[in-house]
Design a protein around this ligand. Sequence first.
Ligand code: DAH
Length: 339
Amino acid sequence: MKNRLEEIKQIAEQELDKCESLDALENLRVKFLGKKGELTAILKQMGSLSAEERPVVGQLANTVRTAIEGDIAKRTQALKAELAKKQLAAEKLDVTLPGKKQSLGRLHPLTATLNDIKEIFLGMGFEIAEGPEVETDHYCFEALNMPKHHPARDTQDTFYINDNVVLRTQTSSVQIRTMENKKPPIRIISPGRVYRSDTVDATHSPLFHQIEGLVVDKGITMGDLKGTLELLMKRIYGEDCRIRLRPHHFPYTEPSAEVDMMCFNCRGEGCPLCKNEGYIELLGAGMVHPKVLEGCGIDPEVYSGFAFGIGLERITMGRYKIDDLRLLYENDMRFLGQF
Ligand code: DAH
């Protein structure tokens, strides 16, 4: 029995040494010291021993128990220390590593430009008007003096929902909606999306943005139009920016003009960008056609007005020297991050 006790002690020492986890350690404790453990099994057999042997074996059994308990305690400590060390190593922080930068979002160049333009017009006492992008033939064409045979109505140019409903090709439709609902004095701008059946290239997109302007009051002249647009351009492109009006034709204005601005690249000197003109075409404008006023119930003998339509993309591209329209829609952060 003594031999068996010595053996148990030895085996326990060996197994404890190899033991690699706290769970396994607990299993060993149960195996050697538990109620059904090996040591208990020996003690249960003590009855068969002689009176002299019993205390000797009893003492030895106690020594073995104490030794195993001590070993278990030591091994527990060692394993816990090892575990703590591993955890520390896993959670190690290198405080010298460069941090992760939180990048701040910013406004898209189109939004930033539109916000500035709105601000400039609000400062001149304009209001902001809105109209639907899915528009009837009446507001998009008919009421703007563009009758059935007008080329802008061609399916090559216009997205039709049905014979009478289109995706608006111009924000000019909002002029009519405004004049039908409001009597002069009228001073509005109306920014928004417009659609044309164009193929995408560096200067065309089937969806783009316009900002319509409309002023109707007594005594409004072409001079007011020019002054208003000149102020806009100076605010956007700088005080030395000049504009130029060229005769043109729009069915809903008479007279009509195309407005050019001084080339932002060469500042009027002439360069490849402006094809040596010194000026770049910017927008369409004119004095609201008497027929259009009349159609909206405004007496052209009493009131006059000017209107204009600015391409937001064009003015933004000029401002930031962007040479391809597509860049504005591709959401490439390498591009957008520059502004
Ligand atoms: N609607 C025109 C276009 O899409 C721009 C325009 C020209 C608007 C003259 C106007 C205007 O209000 O009077 O090209």
